[in-house]
Design a binder for this molecule. Structure first.
Ligand SMILES: NC(=O)c1ccc[n+]([C@@H]2O[C@H](COP(=O)([O-])OP(=O)(O)OC[C@H]3O[C@@H](n4cnc5c(N)ncnc54)[C@H](O)[C@@H]3O)[C@@H](O)[C@H]2O)c1
Ligand SMILES: [Zn+2]
Ligand SMILES: [Zn+2]
Length: 384
């Protein structure tokens, strides 16, 4: 089969690999009809995630058709069209019982650090991902969800991560009626967080980034205000100026470890790897939120530590919330929002690229070329 393969930092290519096999009675094999490239894949692509092994296939956002099921699978049938959450989870451990699916204890040997994730290095279990023609899906009765007939494949593939993550980012902000919500990052996650903030009752939504075409898109898609951080000298003062000098009620980090905007953070976090990525947005969020406010973090950081202004957070009495999204928990509500026309996820898709051209697709998305927001990879033989 054709699959994306990692060869080292900034080097990926399409190769022929053996098709995956059923390895466990709870496995299914899914023939991929669409997969996405995510901002999280860029951390792998840039060589920032430990134990990213050469020869592995990325891709934690995919939909497809079930072509084979293990002897222990009862809910899923061959022929089902499924969307597969990026989390691999058992559904029955201490954490899954509390709907903390991203924190499942049974799907990653390093489970105390993080749950299982498709195509996301051996730190999350070493599973091959869905940027391929076929993928092995463990715990097949638990994660995969049959795609309702009235939901398009393009919308469905955005339900595997980007939309639920943006939604959970807003949810963890604990937004109250009329709140001012500041979202850092106008990638797909930030865009969906902005849209979700309105659905949760925000009175004002402000999105911060430095990429013009993304700021233009989010203004129009999510009817929000925007701030170009290149034009701002001090972020906390700027946000305070915009909010009667109190600060935002809620700040949301949809950027993570590769933030730009601060030279020392880039140097120590990204170049020298003295901390688990640039903590720029953590500083901006903690310092821009009002006293007693909430900071919600879905941007991804490295496993060691970051230098963050925790003293400010304590003195201001902040609530800090963060997690990898638990995709499955949000699906029923998000499908209702799509059906009601309150959110159209597929509008963020700017590029549909044949899987054969995966190397170009990563380069374009990584370098923010060609007004790229979200890229879909389409395997050979599948209708676009
Ligand atoms: N927690 C989860 O479950 C989860 C799931 C998916 C993605 N993520 C993470 O969310 C983050 C965003 O993902 P994405 O797909 O939208 O990525 P993306 O790369 O498309 O977007 C990130 C955006 O942040 C902007 N940015 C950089 N520095 C900034 C700064 N200092 N202030 C404001 N904006 C800045 C970039 O210009 C870019 O537009 C990534 O870290 C990704 O790993 C987390
Ligand atoms: Zn993702
Ligand atoms: Zn579990």
């Amino acid at each position: 089969m054709l699959a994306m393969e990692y060869r080292g930092p900034y080097r990926v290519r399409a190769v022929h690999k053996p098709e995956p096999q059923i390895e466990h009675p709870q496995d299914a094999i899914v023939q991929v009809t669409r997969s996405c490239i995510c901002g999280s894949d860029l951390h792998l692509y840039h060589g920032l995630v430990p134990d990213t092994r050469v020869g592995t296939t990325f891709g934690h956002e995919f939909v497809g058709r079930v072509v084979e099921v293990g002897s222990g699978v009862s809910r899923l049938k061959v022929g089902d069209n499924v969307l597969v959450p990026f989390n691999i989870f058992c559904g029955s451990c201490f954490f899954c019982e509390r709907e903390l699916y991203s924190n499942c204890h049974n799907t990653n040997p390093e489970a105390t650090a993080v749950g299982g994730i498709f195509g996301y290095s051996h730190t999350t279990g070493g599973y091959d991902g869905g940027q391929a023609q076929y993928v092995r899906v463990p715990m097949a009765d638990v994660g995969p969800t049959v795609i309702p007939d009235d939901i398009s494949l393009d919308d469905a593939v955005l339900l595997t991560d980007a939309l639920p993550t943006g939604y959970q980012a807003a949810e963890m902000g604990d937004i109250r009626e009329g709140d001012t919500v500041v979202i850092f990052g106008a990638g797909p996650i930030g865009i969906f967080a902005a849209k979700s903030a309105w659905l949760m009752g925000a009175g004002r939504v402000i999105v911060v980034d430095c990429v013009d075409y993304r700021l233009d898109f989010v203004r129009q898609y999510a009817q929000c205000e925007t701030v170009d951080f290149r034009e701002v000298e001090d972020m906390a003062i700027h946000i305070k100026k915009m909010t009667d000098w109190l600060g935002a009620d809620v700040c949301i980090d949809c950027v993570g470890c590769e933030a730009s905007g601060n030279f020392m953070q880039r140097l120590t976090g990204v170049k020298m790897k003295l901390q688990g990525g640039a903590a720029t947005v953590l500083h901006w969020a903690i310092n821009s939120v009002r006293k007693g406010g909430t900071v919600s973090i879905v941007g991804v950081y490295g496993p060691t530590f970051n230098a963050v202004p925790i003293g400010n957070a304590i003195n201001k009495g902040l609530t800090l919330r963060m997690n990898q999204a638990s995709v499955k928990r949000h699906l029923p509500r998000l499908i209702e929002h799509i059906r009601a026309g309150r959110i159209e996820p597929s509008r963020v898709i700017t590029h549909k690229v044949p899987l054969e051209e995966v190397a170009d697709a990563y380069h374009i998305f990584s370098s923010k070329l060609d007004n790229c927001i979200k890229t879909i990879l389409v395997p050979p033989g599948v209708a676009h």
